[in-house]
Every structure is written in structure tokens, then in C-alpha cells.
Write a protein of this length. Structure first.
Length: 80
């Protein structure tokens, strides 16, 4: 193998490794971490109450219910 082909192979490998590292690093920075705790929320449009596995799973527009309100409802919603 000649010198130019070796340099090209090394350059392609370095660029590939660097691209992979940058993509992985960016995913870690944008990844959302959420505590695993059942979160009860209510859809204000339909008054539906549902339990979600984490606070991050509560859909946008839903209201997370505080513990004192949960106890007074006496409703057992379906865990999604």
C-alpha cells in the first residue's frame, strides 16, 4: 500500500471517530433526565385524571396535581 492511501485511510478513520464522538456528546447534553415517580395530572379541557410514570411524561397543557388535591379526589385513574 502506498503512502497516500495510508494517509487517506487514517484521515477517514479520524473524521469518523470525531463525528461519532461529537454526535454522542451532543446527545448527552440534550438528553432529559427525569425522576421515576408516578405523577398524577389532569387535563383541564376534559377533566380527565391520569397517572404517568414520570413528570416528564405528563403531556403539555396538563396540570400536575399536588398531593393534597390528589387525596381529596378519591379517584383511581388508569396508569398509562
Amino acid at each position: 500500500m502506498n503512502k497516500h492511501a495510508t494517509i487517506i485511510i487514517i484521515a477517514v478513520a479520524v473524521v469518523g471517530i470525531l463525528g461519532y464522538w461529537l454526535a454522542t456528546n451532543q446527545q448527552l447534553e440534550t438528553q432529559e433526565f427525569c425522576i421515576q415517580v408516578i405523577t398524577r395530572a389532569q387535563n383541564p379541557k376534559t377533566d380527565e385524571i391520569r397517572d404517568f410514570p414520570t413528570p416528564c411524561d405528563v403531556p403539555e397543557g396538563w396540570d400536575v396535581l399536588p398531593p393534597e388535591q390528589i387525596d381529596s379526589l378519591g379517584v383511581v385513574p388508569v396508569l398509562e
